[in-house]
Design a binder for this molecule. Sequence first.
Ligand code: 5GP
Length: 215
Amino acid sequence: MNDYQKGIIFVVSAPSGAGKTTLCAELSRRVPNLSRSISFTTRAPRPGEAHGVDYFFVTDDKFTEMVEKNGFLEWAEVHGHRYGTGRDRVMDFVNQGHDVLLNIDCQGAIHLKKKGLDGVFIYILPPSLEALKARLLERRSDPPEEVARRLRKAREEVWSYREYYYLVVNDQVEEALVELEAIVRAERRKMKRMNLGWIEETFIKAKPESAVGEG
Ligand code: 5GP
């Protein structure tokens, strides 16, 4: 449990291939009390991906059922498949004072922002379009037409960077991680997010003499 009132929702978006998934996984490993939200998706698992670890892989019918039951905080169609953030798990975490990291696309992030979510919106970009293309090709899990589609989408969506509060350029992974960690830690120290009752207890109500005597 933190000394701040409620958990913080960190919303991270980036063009596909910018390295966001790796950065988010490593960030939640490095920073205590920061859990990655596991989204639901109708797309098939890629090699090496596991249900309940990378995503909850569900059928179209199951996804529709969740939409109808208002089970998503947000959801969007991305690259021809549906992706959604399960409402219950995220809200339980946040209400218990834990921070959550949402790795979602721009549509989902902008939707949450418009709904008034008091989250921290972070945009990650690769250093150039060439670097993005190279990374998408390196991944080898997507066919060439899918790579081309993702590149086109990146160019269309890049304008949404204006909606975010922070921009991190993922050139060197380690540097990007240091910056992301700094953002998380700084947001946690914001006065508006903290329970400040202890200041009064410690510095105003306590008797200064006893503090000296017991030191
Ligand atoms: P991928 O198929 O490469 O894992 O993800 C494709 C895109 O879907 C990424 O931009 C990723 O951030 C986004 N995405 C993953 N989960 C969610 C989600 O729950 N909601 C939204 N809106 N986008 C998501």
